[in-house]
Design a protein around this ligand. Structure first.
Ligand SMILES: [Zn+2]
Ligand SMILES: [Zn+2]
Length: 246
């Protein structure tokens, strides 16, 4: 039986760019929606966000959406209060040792913040990961499992994958890291590498053609599918662009 992950992936692979980046972006967007419209006053949600010291930079800006300002203000007030509580508890930890050695130390070394501020730095750092990162990591496993399980065989994903823009390099690495997982067919490694090779060769040919047409000798030639190859290459190497602030 195929999971919902299989069908999501199958659909996403027919669209441009890294299918996994797109699925995870949608999931992150839905997760933030869920928090803003249903969970602003949920104690667990608030505790997790406070302990994570807010969302990570990638996910925090998803909070900016129509009608969300009050919810965001309530969530952020709690985080800021938590941070203030941390600062109130902070003690500057003086470096240990007799005064004389301290003088010698300060003459011979640039002042080190490590001893004095380690405690506060640790408390200001996330005490647990960003909640949306946790959700996207879980979903990544779920989608990669679906891909690897159904690369070959009936309703295989391999040919759709090969015809797509492929996963971005970070997601391809994650897929590859899982080919030895239990339940993954033995030929998954060869199949995945062969498909990725085809995808990158196609992209490289487009880049070559784009560069050729930029030569003044060929400037009269119109751009075709290679016109946005430079942009597709950024995504292929580094992943989809970050979400735009709405
Ligand atoms: Zn990706
Ligand atoms: Zn995050």
């Amino acid at each position: 039986m195929k999971s919902a992950g299989y069908y999501d992936l199958r659909q996403a692979l027919t669209e441009p760019g890294c299918a996994l980046c797109r699925l995870l972006a949608r999931l992150a967007d839905n997760a933030i929606d869920g928090v803003l419209w249903e969970l602003v006053n949920d104690p667990d949600t608030r505790r997790n966000l406070n302990r994570a010291r807010g969302y990570c930079r990638e996910h925090a800006w998803l909070l900016v959406r129509h009608g969300a300002s009050l919810g965001v203000a309530i969530l952020m007030q709690d985080v800021i209060e938590t941070l203030l509580g941390v600062l109130e508890m902070a003690n500057f930890e003086k470096p240990a040792g007799p005064p004389l050695s301290r003088v010698w130390h300060s003459l011979n070394h640039s002042p080190s913040s490590s001893e004095a501020t380690a405690g506060l730095l640790a408390e200001l750092s996330p005490q647990q990961p960003c909640p949306v990162c946790v959700a996207t990591e879980r979903a990544t496993s779920y989608y990669l499992e679906a891909l690897l399980k159904h690369l070959n065989g009936p309703d295989e994903l391999l040919s759709i994958y090969r015809a797509s823009d492929g996963f971005c390099l970070p997601h391809f690495r994650q897929a590859l890291a899982r080919v030895t997982d239990k339940g993954v067919p033995e030929n998954a490694f060869t199949a995945l590498v062969e498909a990725q090779k085809t995808i990158w060769q196609r992209l490289e040919a487009d880049l070559r053609e784009f560069i050729r047409k930029n030569n003044y000798l060929f400037q009269k030639e119109e751009f075709g599918q290679e016109g946005d190859a430079w942009r597709r290459a950024i995504e292929a190497v580094s992943g989809a662009p970050p979400a735009k602030v709405k």
